[in-house]
Structure formats: structure tokens, C-alpha cells
Design a protein. Sequence first.
Lengths: 221, 221, 221
Amino acid sequence: MLIQSSSAQLALDVVGVFVFALSGGLVAVKKRLDLFGVLVLACAAALGGGILRDVLLGDVPPVGISDWRLLTAAALGGLVTFAFHPAVERITRLVRILDAAGLGAFAVAGSLKAISVPGVPAVAAVIVGVVTAVGGGVVRDVLAGTVPEVLRRELYAVPATLGSVLVVAADRLGGLGGLVPWGAALLVFSVRLVAVHLDLNAPTQLRSGPHRQGTHGHRAL
Amino acid sequence: MLIQSSSAQLALDVVGVFVFALSGGLVAVKKRLDLFGVLVLACAAALGGGILRDVLLGDVPPVGISDWRLLTAAALGGLVTFAFHPAVERITRLVRILDAAGLGAFAVAGSLKAISVPGVPAVAAVIVGVVTAVGGGVVRDVLAGTVPEVLRRELYAVPATLGSVLVVAADRLGGLGGLVPWGAALLVFSVRLVAVHLDLNAPTQLRSGPHRQGTHGHRAL
Amino acid sequence: MLIQSSSAQLALDVVGVFVFALSGGLVAVKKRLDLFGVLVLACAAALGGGILRDVLLGDVPPVGISDWRLLTAAALGGLVTFAFHPAVERITRLVRILDAAGLGAFAVAGSLKAISVPGVPAVAAVIVGVVTAVGGGVVRDVLAGTVPEVLRRELYAVPATLGSVLVVAADRLGGLGGLVPWGAALLVFSVRLVAVHLDLNAPTQLRSGPHRQGTHGHRAL
């Protein structure tokens, strides 16, 4: 699901898929889904963004269902969560850091793939990058029966948007050299980590009344 | 997202997208989503139907992510709702009238686009028209965590179906002149307004018991 | 939506679509949706898996919106449920048996179609088969506002996976004769019936606390 050239990049892909699978598996375990449910939510979280990207770009069958390495990484993430979920919950902090790395890798990979398809406008390439990065989490939460976390509380999509804009702008300006993707992924990673550390969220419209926390009380992750 | 020829038609498109974005933004504000959540729900409501249509017809990337005018109208609708939502709620009646106009424009535009693709049967063209008109609202409500409003209470899909059938039938009978699309859009608009005015709904199967209102109590819009 | 050659196979298709439509209609009636909601959930349950399959394989417009026979069978299933749902509920046992047959037919049909498309890897063909078989139920439950039943309680996806693996393995090994698809469908059917009879489920991760039944209490079907 991504930067498509070296084995370092494949490693990044596989790590990103694995980490996103952990997040899906954790949501599934909290919902007390059975083993198959855990595996499906893990795969949905890990591969959903890339599948949406490929459907939007017309590149079918999507790599998320046809590359056995990504599928294996996703299934492994689900199995690990199912078997060891108390341990996985204890390393939530590490999971969040790895998740931020996955976010950067997927935003960059999605926008890179979009600009490689002829006839895709810049704005569409940015959106495809963001969908690649956050789409898996949205599918995960919809299947789990909660309002997608990315829409509710976390400053999650903003860094992904920054990274995608950077990649697409560099491409349009002719400056998409070998380092720009890595710089963009690092930017996403850093901004996301700062947001987690400072507990930053996008602004919410204040309203009177006691229901400040929202009507759907579950925190998905 | 639509009647594809003159600037009047582009204006209609943009107005339809903007109005549907208001409806998405209102749902998001009621769910106390953050700014990004409001923008995403606004875009999902405004562009979701057209994106589903284009994916079903194989016309990718969908115009809903590649035409900056539609994206701008959708984002603007979301921002307006976020900033001024008490005012937007006060003009609910006007929003409903504009929404009925959007419904007509999208049903007609969807079925027109479907019949322009070679090899699409008549029945598929009708369904694509209905999906274009109501799909955005379905995506909006699924993301917001409620059962789609269109499935629950409002006589909403029926006028869209009437309009799509009229367009496709006229095409198959060789009578799809310049006025038919406008007549079909007007028909959808009128039937929908009458339904709103008389508070008409599609029939519901009565059951004994006190739960007549359904288990999901929220009224989304 | 399926084995694509004889009239016996068309009959199997139509029966499968009809039975899945009954399941969708029953969920809709229990949610007290209006007539249109019942029809939409019936069609989503009956045709959703095939539509997802065709979108993933790039075969658009999907047969689920373009073959009037399948559409008619789906709509008829919805109407029958709406009109006679107490009777349909009384024959739950028969519906479950027919549903198991539909599961087998759809898993086999999905994987057969996937292996007929050039360039689809074996693992993707298996996944497409499973998605064809269980996707409609997932769409049904997401629209109905519940966590998909297949993820929660029933040993439902496992037989579909077995059947898809058998078809794809036979194809790769050069042994996909005329009887293999029927044998695979029969295998799915039998395993599913045994699971229903013995009330088997996939393993669930036990956790302490009183909430053993899960947080979403509704049983969708």
C-alpha cells in the first residue's frame, strides 16, 4: 500500500498495515466480537483505506485484497490482538506512536498513487491521500457501530491533509524529488504526535446544555 | 454532478451541493462533531450520492472528488453551518424547500448520466438516479450513527424514483427532448414539497406494543 | 449473481436473492421501517454482496442493479416480508435453511466470477467469494444501525471461506470440473446447517465483568 520501490518501503507498508490492524482488533475485542469479527475489523482498519483509494482510482482488484503480504500483516495484527489484547492495551502509547507513523505512510502513499494516475486533478489527489489515511478507521468504526473517531475527537485528519497537500503541491511544482515523500510522511507523523501529546482537537461548536460530551458516549479507541 | 451543458445547469448543481451540505452540517453539529467532522459530513451528504453513482458507472475518479467547484460548494456549506448553525436551524423551512430542489436536480442528473453510458439497462439507470439523489443522505446518516432518515420516516425516495423513471422512459421512447429533464426535476420537487406539507410518509407495517416510534429515537434532521 | 450457465443456475441465483431479501425485510420490519425502507433493506441484503463483488472486480454497472430478474426477486422478497411478516417469522427455520443454501451459492458464484477475471490472485478470489456471500448481510446491518451479525455471533463466514478456498484451489490445481462448484456449495450449506443446529459460534475472547453479551444488545435476526 505504498511508496512502491524499495524493500524499505515495503517494510513501511507492512508495518503500517500491522499497526492499523492492531487498532481494529482492539476495537473489536472491546465490542466482544468473535474471532472472525476481530479479524474482519483488523483487516477493515488496515486495508479499508487502500481499498477505497483503489476503487476511487479505478485500480481494481484493490491491492488490499490481492497482495498476500499486506493481508498476512493485517490478519496477524488481528490474531495478536485477539490472543494478547491485555498486553496490547498496556502498550497503548507505543501503538499510538506507530499509528501516527502509519498515518503518515498511508497519506503519502495514497497521494503518490493518485498523482501517478493520468487525469486525476490535484484536489482529487489530496482527497485520495486523506481517504487512504483515515478511511480504514472510518470503516472500522462504522462496522463497530460507533460514530467514526476521526469525526469526533481527534486531530487526526488534519496532519494527513497537510502531508497530502505537500506531496501534490511538490508534484505540481515539479519538485517531487526522492526526499519529499519522506519529508511529508515525517511532517504528518510529527504533527500527529504533537496533537496526541498536547491532547489537541479540532474546534467544536459549543452549545448550551449538559450534553457537552456528545450523544454517542463510547470512546472507540 | 449533473445536467451538463449550460451555466444555468452548473448553477443548479452548485446550489444542490450547497444545500445538501447544509443538511450534512446540521446533522454533524447536532452530534457535536468537531470542525473536521462537520466538513466531512457536509461533503458526504453533498457529494456522496454522486460518488456512488460514478463508482457504479465506472466513471472514476468520481466528479465529487475531482471538480473543485463542487468541493468548494460542499465545504462552504459545512463552514456556514458550523459558523451560523442557529441561524441555519431557524430557516429550516427554506432549507427543506431547497433540499427538495436538490433532490430533483440530483435524481435527474444521475439518471441522465446513467443513460449516457453505453450498455446500462433501463432499470439500472433508474436505480442510479435514485442512488444519486438519496445516497448522500444515507452516507451522512450512517457516519452520524443513525438509521438513514430516508429509510425511516420521510416520503423522500418516492419522488426521486418518479423523476428517474420519467427521464429513463422518455429516453427509451425517444422523447427525451430539452424540456423533459426540467419537467422531471420539477415533478420531483413538487411531489416532495407536497409530502413535506402534508407530512406524508410511506406506509409502515403496524405492530402491537408501545414502541411504535422505532428503537432509534433520534430524528436526524 | 452466479454460476452462469444453465437455467438451473439462474433458478439458484434467484432463490438465493429472494431468501436473502427475506432476511433483509425481516430486519427492516423489526426496526419498523416504512415500506421503502423494507424494500431497500431487502435489496441491500440480497444484492449488496454481488454489488461489492462487481465493484471490487471492476465489472460495472454491477449485475445487482442491472439484471431485472434479480431485482424483481429482491423486491418481491421485501414485499412478501412487509405483507406477511408474522408468517415469515414463523417459518424462521425454513428461512435459515434456505439462507444456508444462498450462502453456498453466493460464495461459489463470487469466487468463480473472480477467477474468471484475468490477473486476480488466488487470495483475492477467495476474499471476493466471501464478500459476495456475507457482504449483503453486512450492508443490511449497517443500514439498520446494528453491528453486523456476521461479526458478532454466528459461525457464518467460516463455511463461506471454506467453499471459496475449495473453488479457488481446484482452479489453481487444474481440477475445477463441472461438479466442484456444486460440491463446494454443498459443503458450505452442510457446514452452515451443522453450525446452526449445534449453535456453534467462532471463539470469543472472554473478559471479566457482567457485560458478557456485548454492548449492542439487539439481535438483528
